[in-house]
Design a protein around this ligand. Structure first.
Ligand SMILES: NC(=O)C1=CN([C@@H]2O[C@H](COP(=O)(O)OP(=O)(O)OC[C@H]3O[C@@H](n4cnc5c(N)ncnc54)[C@H](O)[C@@H]3O)[C@@H](O)[C@H]2O)[C@@H](O)CC1
Ligand SMILES: Nc1ncnc2c1ncn2[C@@H]1O[C@H](COP(=O)(O)OP(=O)(O)OP(=O)(O)O)[C@@H](O)[C@H]1O
Ligand SMILES: [Mg+2]
Length: 307
């Protein structure tokens, strides 16, 4: 029996819980009348000369979990490496807005940030993506890793984008919190308190802050996921989460029967990755890497499908 998410009492919460059955409910029913792309076209914007693995993990996790197509837009220096990792991915070696914009109509969800780089040259790109998200409320946008750093300079642009979900790790969260709220984060308190405060300050931008527990807030509602994961802290687990979240955000919106489709998707992706990490660690132990988790996705999805 899956451990459940615990609603946090100290702040405004809704009284519900999630387990792997909730993830099962998000899975769309497969049928022969569907067309390639119907179950998810996900774009990852990220990848540089230094970091080519991060966008790969994000793009592949979405496909392995049941998304139909994953696209990557990366720096030209990362194009050949990422293409060489897998023939499944559609990889464009450009981070130019004029180029990316032509393709945007295809995507149900976008992740921006994994392996992108924190240089000012990417601020214009982030700004344009945020404008698109503001314009098109059906689009789902995940901002992760270097995207969180760039966001510090685009606070007015992200404010009120309720279709955007930030996925900082604890360090990225602290930095963003202190930059936006101009106060020190009290790390002795339950992280959900700071996460909820920042989400409200950003006018209900959703936040999934990763860590020992995952703290999730959509501003009005918050929930903590304390399902046990693994003690292994190898790189790339957050990248896997960003891809799964992008897919679940689309599936959750597509179901259309929940008043909290973004909270549902965030909670389910947190649960999914922590289960994935626990299962993979059980098999692989200390040597576990993000690639091992990627391989385990098909087994976890198979088991969830049977529920
Ligand atoms: N295989 C890949 O291509 C991967 C690329 N990644 C990318 O790498 C880039 C950098 O992200 P990271 O999360 O690694 O961030 P950092 O490069 O800031 O941090 C790397 C590690 O350094 C340590 N560190 C950083 N700042 C510290 C501080 N002030 N005090 C103490 N320790 C500190 C922490 O252990 C941290 O986990 C992002 O673009 C990210 O997406 C990561 O996602 C991991 C996998
Ligand atoms: N101390 C912990 N105990 C259990 N699970 C954790 C812990 N810290 C993080 N996690 C889980 O690991 C996953 C990745 O979180 P992490 O904080 O490593 O992200 P990240 O630093 O962005 O990773 P990446 O290396 O991909 O950039 C999340 O699902 C999170 O719930
Ligand atoms: Mg990360």
């Amino acid at each position: 029996m899956a451990k459940q998410l615990s609603p946090t009492r100290a702040i405004n919460t809704i009284n519900f819980s999630y387990d792997l059955n909730s993830v099962n409910k998000l899975f769309p029913v497969l049928d022969t009348s569907s067309t390639k792309g119907d179950f998810g076209r996900i774009a990852i914007i990220g990848g540089s000369k230094e970091y080519s693995g991060a966008p790969y993990f994000a793009a592949m996790s979405a496909m392995k979990a049941g998304g139909d197509l994953s696209y990557v837009f990366c720096h030209p220096d990362a194009l050949i490496p990422i293409k060489s990792y897998s023939p499944e991915l559609i990889v464009h070696g450009s981070l130019q807005w004029d180029y990316i914009e032509q393709h945007l109509w295809r995507f149900h969800s976008i992740v921006i940030g994994p392996g992108l780089g924190r240089g000012d040259e990417n601020i214009g790109l982030m700004k344009n993506i945020l404008h698109k998200a503001k314009e098109n409320k059906d689009l789902r946008l995940v901002i992760d890793a270097d995207g969180i750093f760039l966001l510090e300079k685009l606070i007015n642009e992200v404010k009120g984008c309720t279709n955007v979900c930030l996925t900082p790790n604890r360090r990225e969260f602290k930095k963003l919190y202190e930059s936006v709220l101009k106060e020190k984060l009290d790390e002795s308190k339950d992280p959900i308190i700071g996460v909820t405060k920042l989400s409200k300050e950003l006018e209900n931008v959703s936040i999934l802050c990763k860590g020992k527990e995952d703290s999730i807030s959509i501003g009005s509602e918050s929930v903590t996921c304390d399902v046990s994961g693994s003690p292994r802290r190898c790189g790339g687990q957050g990248d896997l989460l960003s891809g799964i979240l992008a897919l679940f955000l689309f599936w959750s919106k597509r179901r259309g029967d929940s008043p909290h489709d973004i909270l549902d998707a965030a909670a389910c992706s947190s649960l999914f990755i922590r289960h994935l990490s626990a299962r993979t660690f059980k098999n692989v132990g200390r040597s576990m890497l993000a690639l091992n988790m990627l391989e385990e996705i098909e087994k976890l999805v198979f088991d969830i499908d049977k529920m």
